[in-house]
Design a protein. Structure first.
Ligand code: BYC
Length: 311
């Protein structure tokens, strides 16, 4: 069958809502775009452990510490499902990690911001996991089978992460004036960076048209951002928090909140590697990888030994 016919059948299969599985024929650009997006997603999960890891030793009590530890371990698990899912497309773990370590692969912009106070743990769970979940619920419908199935499991865990973050925020807001002020100050810092997690809009979202056609993505960046804003503003109001956007306004006709233009210069600067924490995050990942060499070598030696016993 010629390439054109294969492509036609591939598109028809997607349009019928069928999943593409690892051994099915797929265009090279579909494979490449998925490897890019899924490996970036995996990197985001493991780099995303760092800002919260910063607070494990300073959690205010044992209960908070246990919850935070469990949540961070879940993120490691998400990274592993996603690396494994990307491997089904022919990418190797080494290639993906090399690309992260030498700056060729991106990870979510949000993890290049520092976590300065305990209230930031609330904001990460409420806003960052909340935004991630809006995006990932949509990705449950992605056309690539292994990615879609990974998303189902991940979303269940993200729902818990989101609630634990909101509970931290709610507790601070019901506390002393100082605690409430700490929550508001954290919201002021995290609101706009959380909105840029959904990616750029219009022509700056260079991958969207093709990704939507192949149903790699099911909704565009701006629609998901708007969904997140509509969902989150009432949650802030319920706790007496003020969204730090003077232009935020409910538009009754369109049933959506209007909001200020985001700072895209800052966003593009951050994803180019110039955010407040970029260098530290990549260095922490590289160091962890180097320190883990003996574990990988031991696992390989054990696997070799078992193989020779079986043979
Ligand atoms: N950050 O054409 P576009 C979590 C890049 S973590 C950095 O719209 P696309 C959690 C984009 O890569 C969950 N880069 O791209 C973990 C592209 O550059 P390249 C993370 C961004 O792929 C621990 C260029 O901008 N979730 O839950 O169609 C603790 C043009 O963009 C970003 C995912 O990764 C960004 N925010 O759409 C707590 C979801 N936005 O690659 C929580 C999966 C854009 O050409 N990914 N860029 O150099 C996606 O859904 C899509 O990749 C995006 C971007 C919506 C992010």
């Amino acid at each position: 069958m010629n390439e054109e016919k294969l492509l036609e059948e591939f598109q028809a299969k997607i349009d019928r809502g069928e999943k593409i599985e690892p051994n099915d024929w797929m265009p090279d650009a579909y494979r490449k775009n998925l490897i890019r997006m899924m490996s970036q997603h995996a990197h985001s999960e493991i780099v995303g452990m760092l800002p919260e890891g910063n607070w494990i030793t300073r959690a205010p009590n044992l209960r908070r510490k246990m919850i935070l530890l469990a949540k961070i371990q879940d993120e490691a698990g998400h990274g592993l499902y996603l690396y494994s899912a990307a491997e089904t497309l022919g990418a190797t773990r080494e290639e993906m990690l090399d690309a992260l370590h030498d700056g060729r692969a991106k990870y979510s912009s949000i993890f290049n911001y520092p976590t300065l106070t305990w209230a930031d743990m609330g904001m990460v769970g409420w806003l960052v996991d909340g935004a991630a979940m809006v995006n990932q619920v949509s990705l449950m419908g992605t056309s690539y089978g292994p990615y879609s199935r990974a998303m189902v499991r991940i979303c269940k865990e993200e729902a818990f992460h989101n609630r634990q973050g909101y509970e931290i925020v709610a507790t601070l807001c019901a506390g002393t004036e100082e605690q409430k002020a700490m929550a508001q100050e954290a919201l002021n810092r995290w609101w706009f960076p959380a909105l840029t997690m959904f990616g750029p809009k219009g022509a700056d979202s260079v991958h969207s048209d093709q990704a939507l056609k192949w149903q790699i993505k099911r909704e565009d960046n701006e629609s998901l951002r708007q969904k997140f804003i509509n969902m989150t503003v009432p949650q802030a109001e319920a706790r007496g928090l003020v969204i730090p956007d003077p232009n935020l306004k409910w538009n009754e006709d369109e049933k959506r909140y209007e909001y200020s233009e985001l700072n895209w210069d800052e966003f593009f600067n951050v994803i180019k590697g110039n955010g407040p924490m970029n260098k530290e995050r990549v260095k922490a990942r590289k160091d962890a990888h180097d320190k883990g060499l003996w574990v990988r070598q031991a696992a390989e030696a054990y696997a070799e030994k078992r193989k020779s016993k079986v043979a």
